[in-house]
Design a binder for this molecule. Sequence first.
Ligand SMILES: [Zn+2]
Length: 192
Amino acid sequence: MPRLVFLLLITIASSSFAFDSVVIDAGHGGHDRGGIPGQRACEKILALDVAQRLNAALRADGIKTVMTRNDDTFIPLPQRVAIANAQRDALFISIHFNSAIRKGADGTETYYFNRKAAPVAARVQSQLTQVNGHENRGVKRRAYYVLRKTRVPAVLAECAFLTNPQEAARCALPTHRQNLANALARAVKASM
Ligand SMILES: [Zn+2]
């Protein structure tokens, strides 16, 4: 095989993967509210709501899903990873909302660690940014626990800043959370 073709095949093989199920991880839960102290909009509740909406959207399309939590329970990170690693060909998607001391901070960011998940992270980021219509903070590679320890490719979306008054007000609307879930569903389906 010519060297160039070989390198090309390696590149294609390492930048994509097949999955037939999705592990949906709503960040935080129980005593862990998420966000920063004194934050009014509650991250754990909004993350669960978007996760449940994403779950419904994917199931409506016949896609197999597993949720790491489906109520307001605290699930330790190793348990979330174990749920993901019990799946063979899955994508792990963790749903969070961002926070900052500076009220003006806004926008969407998406993280991945396993390079196979980079294209999915890019789609998630692009779809969420279109729905939010605000600052695109970009796709970033970070060794967060759930991204590093999951055997299946994983992405983590920080949908918006709940410490930003405009973004928090929008996220309080069920229609906006449905739009966020639909955006995530589109990114997942485009990656399958
Ligand atoms: Zn979070």
